[in-house]
Write a protein that binds this ligand. Structure first.
Ligand SMILES: [Zn+2]
Length: 630
């Protein structure tokens, strides 16, 4: 519809576009679909932007596509690459990228119609990206269904995609770290050619269902920045059978998760479901194990629910069917040769990371959830020792020790009482710790808290830091000045994150590999700066254990004066206290909305729910759906 809105007279001629410098290369993989491909190419002739080239990669030669290539008269520079045999969409896209002549690559599918300003809206972000930072632009994909739904199941399945897409777009708009769990980068995305190859392009071992999520995850891990551009709209003609597609996605997701964990050592939120076989709530574990051992039970229930949905239109039956199909995920894993026990190797150790601040008796009530008295601290540490715990460093958060009695001790802000009240206890018990330093405030005071009416406290001096370092204490960066990084301008953000690392490394003569976000707050832009600065791990203040986390958004467990010993022991096992668990449960069920910035110390993470796996209808946990346009 929009495609024809442009006046025919304003179309660029073939000659014009040849003379224009090439600005971007549009890459279209195709396979035996000359009809839809012609529509896609026609819509590209309507683009308001000029000077782009189009590369069509025919993934397995067929006479119809060859004939289209011979007869098609393009109004833009158009090149055809023919594979004699089918090699897969990933290889087709990579080959197109390899032969691209411009700086920016845009990926399009052969069954789409972009709006006339499509290229313009992609390129405006890359043109504005003067610093040439690693930037990926994601346009909007609107599904157009060729046929009305053939059944109630199909209709509800189509509808169930809307919240998934809304979540995907919402994460991008808010620059939320949740995007790491759903990242996908394929149809209707653009990226600098150099970045594409730096990150390694699409993985040819993956099918078209998975290559986008894998590439998106790798870009995210790399620290690329993502921008969502709704004006860069592409209409996508959906012709696949959604029910069959649903089963295929589930089965493929199981195998894919194993491949990504075992072969690629990837560790991110996508693997949450995998970990739930052992780490989820008791009810979920029971459901997963039944689905694993008795898939026929789920298949039978699913088939009955499917029939009942179509016959009655009942949404309740649909949700039942949806739940039952989740068993396909585990069947995918079984087909990949996994066992319930072998899955244990696939996710991190869940070593609790404890977060402490000042080790001094809190003088005011509101500090009791932030500070801890030396007596209580000593009692907790002695308990750890007597229970057989060893200490570890943040970079070893995912290692699996022989016995799982391990803890990571972190101290934020580097108060000088660490020297007098914490270190002697740690040294006596043989524990190591990591202290996060506000580098431009070494030897000064916590002025970031003073501005909020907190009492001024002394911070460790450089001599103290050096002495502690000689005695085996590790130091991480807590920025230069403890700012709100999410609100910082780009250059300030870079300076706070990168320069604090370099300065601290100079002061210590050792590598600084860990970072703690001030106030625990981070978004994608902040995380990206941390990734690019070269940190290996970064700490939020979100509470919980890390069993499927992004290494640059690790959860911690706050330990303070308010905790009793039984509460401390409970926290070690679960990562949070009972109150927090209840809250997380209520948030998940939609019965409680967490306030934006709660907590006296202001130290809290950007996220709140522990098991925020993608949930389908009725809270059924399903593998995160692939991104747009699948
Ligand atoms: Zn802090």
């Amino acid at each position: 519809m929009e495609c024809n809105s442009r006046a025919a007279g304003a179309k660029p001629t073939s000659m014009d576009s040849v003379l224009q410098p090439v600005t971007c290369s549009v890459i279209i993989p195709t396979r035996e679909r000359p009809g839809p491909l012609r529509v896609t190419l026609d819509s590209l002739s309507q683009q308001t932007e000029q000077g782009f080239e189009v590369i069509v990669v025919v993934d397995g030669e067929d006479p119809q596509s060859r004939s289209l290539a011979n007869s098609y008269k393009a109004t833009f520079p158009l090149r055809w690459i023919f594979f004699p045999e089918h090699k897969g969409q990933a290889t087709a896209r990579n080959t197109g990228a390899g032969s691209a002549e411009s700086e920016i690559l845009i990926f399009l599918d052969d069954d789409t119609r972009p709006v006339p300003d499509w290229i313009h809206h992609h390129l405006k972000h890359h043109r504005a990206n003067i610093s040439r930072s690693a930037l990926g632009v994601l346009g909007k994909v609107a599904d157009l269904h060729a046929n009305p739904p053939r059944s109630h199941t199909e209709q509800y399945l189509r509808e169930s995609r809307n919240p998934v897409l809304a979540h995907f777009e919402g994460c991008l708009k808010n620059q939320s770290l949740e995007f790491g769990k759903v990242a996908a980068f394929g149809l209707n995305t653009s990226i600098p050619r150099k970045l594409f190859f730096d990150v390694g392009g699409f993985d040819p071992k993956l099918s078209s269902l998975d290559e986008d999520t894998d590439f998106g995850a790798r870009l995210y891990d790399y620290g690329a920045r993502f921008t969502f551009e709704p004006e860069a709209l592409v209409h996508h003609h959906e012709t696949k059978d959604p029910v069959a597609q649903h089963y295929a996605i589930l089965r493929a997701a199981g195998k894919l998760d194993v491949y990504r964990r075992r072969e690629k050592k990837q560790c991110n939120g996508r693997l949450q479901l995998l970990a739930q076989m052992h780490c989820g709530s008791p009810l979920r574990k029971l459901a997963h194990r039944t689905a694993w051992h008795a898939p026929w039970l789920f298949q039978l229930a699913g088939s009955l629910a499917h029939k009942a949905t179509d016959a009655s239109g009942s949404k309740r039956c649909f949700r039942l069917w949806y739940r039952a199909t989740a068993a396909e995920y585990w069947q995918g894993l079984r087909a990949a040769g996994e066992t319930v026990n072998s899955l244990r190797d696939l996710y991190p150790s869940r070593t609790p990371i404890l977060m402490l601040h000042s080790v001094s008796a809190p003088t005011e009530l509101h500090l009791k959830s932030l500070y801890i008295s030396p007596e209580r601290f000593t009692r907790f540490m002695e308990w750890l020792k007597s229970a057989g715990y060893a200490s570890a460093l943040p970079v070893d958060w995912d290692k699996r020790p022989a016995n799982n009695r391990r803890v990571i001790l972190t101290f934020d802000d580097a108060y000088d009482d660490f020297m007098t009240n914490a270190f002697p206890v740690l040294e006596r018990l043989g524990f190591t710790a990591t202290v996060f330093v506000v580098v431009d405030r070494i030897g000064k005071t916590n002025d970031w808290d003073e501005a909020r009416g907190f009492k001024s406290r002394r911070l460790l001096s450089l001599d103290q830091i050096r002495e502690l370092h000689r005695h085996g204490v590790h130091f991480g960066s807590h920025t230069l000045t403890h700012p709100w990084l999410t609100g910082a301008a780009d250059h300030d953000l870079e300076r706070e994150v990168r320069d604090s690392k370099l300065k601290l490394e100079d002061l210590l003569g050792a590598e600084v590999s860990s970072f703690a976000y001030p106030w625990g707050v981070a978004d994608m832009r902040v995380r990206s700066a941390v990734a690019r600065a070269g940190y290996k791990v970064a700490m939020t203040t979100q509470e919980g254990l890390n069993w499927s986390e992004d290494p640059l958004a690790l959860k911690r467990t706050n330990v303070a004066e308010v905790d009793t010993l039984p509460e401390f022991v409970f926290k070690l096992a679960t990562g949070r206290d009972l109150r927090q668990m209840t809250k997380a449960f209520l948030v998940r069920k939609g019965l409680y909305r967490a306030p934006e910035h709660a907590g006296q110390g202001g130290h809290r993470g950007g996220r709140d729910s522990d098991e925020s796996t993608s949930e389908g209808p009725a809270g059924v946990v399903i593998p995160p759906a692939p991104g747009p346009g699948q």
